[in-house]
Design a protein around this ligand. Structure first.
Ligand code: NOJ
Ligand code: CA
Length: 616
């Protein structure tokens, strides 16, 4: 027995003392794992012989108990390989190769008798790894104070970043060196709920370019039952450290084993186009869980929408009576004030245009009661999601749309009251079913209710997921606005067609807008996790067209608005402008009619994140 123990101890010491090496299937990427003398887990990554990530620590800080950061020995280390090809329900390609080599390290904190696994997967274009906790006697319930995953970079890379924030990702991108990141220089005006939590924090995905031409993207995949990852930047040593979104108690994640973290990802190449074609984020998500996906229909749509964002045109609200309470107001007695967009007449015009031009969907916002008093007051009950305004004939419009082969798209603005939405969602879905809707756009404008929760925290991550799954169970496609940024879970739930989760075209209508380079950076950042409902296709770009003297504008050309249909792939793609603006330029609209929303193959000829001349 003694001999056996001795042999095991020798084996464990061997595992701990030496780096365990893993290479990608094509041999371009190499990672190694080891323990420091204090038993801290360390990993590093190189690409074609160049360092990408220098030795970096891994672990979690726990509340009221020993942290999972040191004191580890290696119990086991398993290597394996995987290679399959799978078919997505929709997307930019019809087949996806999922090919990686894996290392599964089992660590033990010997004194505490606790176990933590780290699973590394090395693909040809990047690394994914996550923490895994099996059910175990000495680690059952625990609270995470923070995750301390490090990404030690090799220098002061150029970074394409938005400030670290718990409640919004609607900033435009800034390009600076890592050492120059400073959230103070970013204009957050126009964003409903914003407040960066540290000047040197940025959100993931973070895109970087090194001085010797490497493109590095740091992100996460399969963000489920966990809070989103921001990155704190050490501006002297260029070490990024994960920083999770807390709740009101400062707790970042509540865990009960078995529980895994999301995957942390480092995608790397010497060619920017490879970052765009990477399927690593998707591959790290679970296969499709929807049995019958025949209700999922990639499509284009127009909408009663842009007219509310441009100055002095339409409104969501029916009347201009302020301070209405959902339960007490006599909604039918309200007087229309003349600018309501979602009228039966307007919607019919949009249905006609859609039908005439092969567009399948018409989104209608402002169709339901509650918009008179919806934003800014942190109100629990704003919308009921089932009562139309008197001038919106829901049944008549559905019959009309059906007769023309068009579908209306539902809108559920929750005003960030997730509790109210969860209480009412079953009735809201019943209403959708009764009236022929099979797609919904959700929205979360405002500070979250339950108060103290954050848009990107664990509670809301679970809320968004519950809604996606409920919609899937009811055969409904979904487009989320103001959610946490997606991390590839549309592989598992392909009814999640698109998300906003970034600064969309709408900001051009009423704020300083989106600098032209913003749309060249989005594909390398926000779109890494899934399609964006950017709402392209604005032809009438100057807001003084609607209101004399208004200086807002879409920072674009007409050709660029069309190009966005190719560079910002979405299977639920809007033609955002007013139909009368399209009717004036039907030659250009022909491109929107023709462009696909579900492709068999995609070739990236060339790609680059464009920077403004001042930041080159
Ligand atoms: C913000 C969304 O991004 C926008 O598309 C929507 O029109 C408004 N909220 C109202 O829900
Ligand atoms: Ca928005």
């Amino acid at each position: 027995m003694k001999k056996l123990i001795f042999i095991f101890a020798l084996f464990a010491a061997t595992l701990s003392g030496y780096a365990q090496i893993l290479t990608s299937p094509d041999g371009n990427l190499t990672m190694s794992f080891s323990l420091s003398s204090a038993g801290e887990p360390l990993y590093q990554l190189s690409y074609k012989g160049k360092d990408v990530i220098m030795p970096s620590k891994l672990g979690l800080k726990l509340k009221d108990t020993t942290w999972l950061t040191s004191g580890f020995t290696i119990k086991d280390n398993k290597l394996s390989s995987f290679n399959e090809t799978w078919k997505p329900v929709w997307g930019e390609v019809s087949q996806i190769s999922n090919h990686y080599n894996e290392m599964l390290v089992t660590l033990e904190q010997t004194i505490q008798k606790r176990f933590m696994k780290i699973r590394f997967r090395l693909f040809n274009d990047g690394l994914g790894f996550r923490y895994e906790f099996d059910r175990q006697p000495e680690l059952s319930y625990f609270q995470v104070l923070d995750e301390c995953t490090e990404f030690a970079l090799t220098g002061d890379h150029k970074a394409f970043w938005i400030p670290g924030d718990y409640d919004t990702n609607e900033y435009f991108y800034t390009t600076t060196k890592l050492s120059e990141i400073n959230a103070d220089i970013v204009d957050g005006s126009g964003i409903g709920t914003h407040g960066y939590f540290a000047k040197n924090a940025v959100q993931s995905p973070l895109m970087m370019k090194t001085s010797d031409g490497l493109y590095i993207n740091i992100f996460e995949a399969a963000l489920l039952d966990y809070s989103a990852m921001n990155l704190l930047v050490d501006q002297k040593n260029f070490v990024l450290t994960s920083s999770l979104v807390p709740d009101a108690y400062g707790t970042k994640v509540y865990m009960q084993t078995p529980h895994n973290s999301p995957w942390r990802t480092v995608i790397v190449s010497d060619n920017a186009a490879d970052i765009l074609s990477s399927k690593t984020i998707l591959n790290l998500n679970e296969p499709c869980k929807i049995e019958n996906t025949d209700f999922i229909k990639p499509q284009k749509f127009v909408g009663i929408w842009w007219g509310m964002h441009v100055p002095d045109h339409w409104s969501w609200n029916y009347s201009d009576t302020p301070n209405l309470k959902l339960k007490n107001a006599d909604w039918n007695a309200l007087k229309p004030y003349g600018r309501h967009g979602a009228t039966t007449e307007n919607v019919k015009r949009y249905i006609d245009f859609a039908a005439a031009n092969g567009i399948q969907g018409v989104l209608v916002e402002g169709w339901n009661i509650g918009w008179e008093d919806w934003a800014g007051n942190w109100k629990e009950e704003v919308f009921d999601f089932v009562t139309p305004y008197p001038d919106f004939d829901v049944k008549g419009l559905h019959a009309y749309a059906a007769s023309k082969g068009v579908k209306l798209i539902m809108h559920h603005e929750t005003s960030a009251s997730a509790t109210n939405y969860e209480r009412r969602i079953d009735k809201a879905i019943e209403f959708m079913k009764e009236n022929g809707y099979d797609a919904v756009k959700t929205g979360y404008v405002g500070w979250i209710i339950p108060r103290g929760e954050r848009h990107d925290g664990q509670w809301m991550v679970n809320h968004y997921q519950r809604v996606i799954e409920k919609m899937a169970a009811n055969r409904i496609m979904i487009d989320q606005h103001e959610p946490v940024r997606p991390t590839g879970q549309h592989r598992t739930y392909p009814n999640l067609m698109a998300c906003e989760a970034a600064r969309g075209n709408e900001f051009n209508a009423w704020s300083v807008g989106n600098p032209p380079e913003h749309e060249t950076i989005l594909p390398f950042t926000r779109l890494m996790g899934g399609p964006m409902d950017y709402t392209p296709g604005v032809f009438e770009i100057k807001m003084d067209y609607y209101k004399a003297g208004n200086t807002c504008q879409v920072h674009t050309t007409l050709a660029k608005q069309l190009a966005l249909y190719v560079t910002m792939y979405s299977p639920l793609q809007m033609a955002a402008d007013l139909v009368e603006n399209y009717e004036k330029k039907m030659d250009a609209f022909q491109f929107i009619k023709d462009v696909a929303v579900d492709w068999d193959d995609t070739r990236y000829l060339e790609a680059e994140m464009k920077m403004p001349a001042s930041q080159l």
